[in-house]
Design a protein around this ligand. Structure first.
Ligand SMILES: [Zn+2]
Length: 534
């Protein structure tokens, strides 16, 4: 039996994962990364264990020049190979006079990836040159880089669209790369318009044509919502190298999402994408990269989203307690995520019990009943704990008689002045006790919530420096009884992070400042209760 298992594991086929978050991923609107951010992301990708990390265009601009210079000395990768990206030589140019190719060599990476025009239409229309010259540009460039000892991956731009119209030229482009020593030809769905059955068919045809001399790769964009499915279809057709980005970042509708593709291939199809023991890091890496780029992970993202394994109170909570696999498609811990039970006033005893087990609070029968009564009372006032897990946890702890002793607020004062026309200044003063020490802090803010957050945080941070890692990432306000206009009740939801975990707290009051203040206090207490481990 053991022999049989050994044999089975030997037969597992490897799929190379090539991450392009640092190039294609950063094309997403509203995102910009500093050189430090890029180094941090590269380290996270190596921690996850992807095979290739594409760093971008060396020499393209001062930021990229600095990034490649610092990567050469500061980036110590243990699992991943760092790749410089560029393009083939210019039409009618010479390889040894080509600036882009020279930058690729200067980057001094063992592997380089170049983009090549593999669609006849793009050669004649975009490059305004002949198909012969188009093929020569690829052949010359690959030969030059290969001759300088580089492993050469070629991204075949617009491959699928070109192949549908003129497969002869697309094959010619591939052959030019293969004959001159490319290690990989990566078929790109650059406009993202292809569908899974087309991708599988074309990749299979290419595989039949060029055989196993080089590795066939796939690079998809999500314009039809099929980038993940297209990447998997390509693997069915014979691709063994998948390019994509973490969290599907990328311009327009994004790139193929590696945080979905990797577990799909490895957990469901028995391929090997990551080294042993790395799949469990997927969720934390996804969130850390999102955090670095200041873009929260979609809660509904497959595998890594905070709702990916969340079960709402009701019929199946007690059933899932008995048999988790009846309601979860994979074990959440396989990707480093966890089961969550979402609690609302509909909650029964089983849900509260499970939530208590999840957060490690032990409750007796009367305490559970008290919590359910309190939930009903608060939800009637306008609280809603479905989204505010952190406040729920604090409520449950308080039901056992627990009280936070991190800090005690003596008073808070907020002043907003109109200084001249349309210029507002806001200032908050907070007096806080930590043990028998009193801290008084005043802060200005661009608005009242910002001012009270800054003042409270500064005061408490004096005693708890670990709070410097905690910051707000989302602030939602909702007016609950619209009919009452400015007299209505306000619900505030605050989401904070320590760089590893995210949590949401709630405050409700007719006074928007009080609602925000309650949510802020809970947010800091939760942050102090749950220091990040790494
Ligand atoms: Zn792309």
């Amino acid at each position: 039996m053991t022999d049989q298992l050994d044999q089975m594991s030997q037969q597992r086929v490897s799929i190379e994962i090539f991450d392009t978050t640092l190039r294609d991923g950063l094309q997403v609107e509203g995102v910009s990364a500093t050189v430090d951010d890029k180094l941090r992301i590269a380290r996270q990708l190596d921690y996850l264990g992807v095979q290739y990390i594409e760093g971008g265009w060396p020499g393209a601009n001062p930021k990229d020049i600095e990034f490649f210079a610092r990567a050469a000395t500061e980036l110590e990768l243990s699992a991943s190979t760092f790749v410089a990206f560029g393009s083939t030589r210019r039409p009618r140019g010479k390889v040894d006079e080509d600036v882009t190719l020279q930058h690729l060599l200067d980057a001094n990476t063992s592997a380089v990836c170049i983009v090549a025009k593999s669609s006849a239409y793009h050669v004649t229309e975009a490059l305004q040159t002949s198909l012969d010259e188009g093929a020569s540009m690829i052949a010359d460039s690959v030969e030059f880089l290969h001759g300088h000892g580089r492993r050469v991956l070629v991204d075949m731009e617009h491959f699928f669209d070109g192949f549908k119209v003129n497969p002869e030229f697309s094959y010619r482009a591939l052959e030019a790369a293969v004959l001159k020593g490319a290690s990989h030809v990566v078929l790109c769905d650059t406009n993202g318009g292809s569908l899974p059955h087309e991708v599988e068919e074309i990749v299979r045809a290419v595989h039949g044509h060029i055989g196993n001399d080089v590795i066939i790769g796939i690079h998809c964009h999500d314009d039809t919502g099929c980038a993940v499915a297209n990447s998997m279809a390509a693997v069915r057709g014979g691709a063994r190298h998948v390019q994509g980005t973490l969290n599907g970042l990328g311009e327009r509708t994004g790139n193929a999402n590696l945080t979905s593709i990797i577990p799909n291939l490895q957990l469901k199809q028995n391929f090997v994408c990551l080294p042993e023991g790395r799949m469990e890091r997927l969720t934390v890496v996804s969130h850390r990269v999102a955090e670095t780029l200041n873009r929260a992970v979609n809660p509904q993202a497959p595998y890594v989203g905070s709702s990916a394994f969340a079960h709402k109170a009701g019929l199946h909570v007690s059933a899932i307690a008995r048999a988790r696999d009846a309601y979860e498609h994979v074990d959440p811990s396989a990707v480093g995520n966890g089961t969550r039970f979402v609690v609302s006033e509909m909650a029964g005893k089983a849900t509260i019990q499970w939530k208590a087990d999840e957060i490690g609070v032990s409750l007796d029968g009367p305490e559970i009943k008290a919590i359910i009564d309190e939930l009903k009372r608060l939800e009637h006032e306008g609280y809603q704990f479905e989204a505010a897990d952190a406040s729920l946890e604090l409520l449950m702890r308080r039901a056992t008689g627990w009280q936070q002793d991190f800090f005690r607020v003596e008073s808070m004062r907020l002043i907003t002045d109109e200084v001249g026309r349309a210029a507002f200044s806001t200032e908050a003063t907070v007096k806080v006790w930590v043990g028998d020490e009193r801290f008084v802090f005043t802060a200005e803010g661009n608005g009242p919530v910002n001012a009270i957050d800054t003042a409270l945080r500064r005061a408490v941070q004096k005693a708890y420096p670990q709070l410097s890692r905690v910051h707000l990432i989302d602030f939602k306000v909702r007016i609950l009884d619209g009919g009452e206009a400015t007299g209505a009740v306000t619900r505030v939801l605050l989401t904070a992070t320590n760089g590893v975990e995210e949590w949401t707290t709630i405050g409700v009051s007719p006074n928007i400042i009080e609602a925000s203040w309650r949510a802020l206090e809970d947010s800091l207490v939760y942050g102090l209760l749950h220091p990040p481990d790494a």
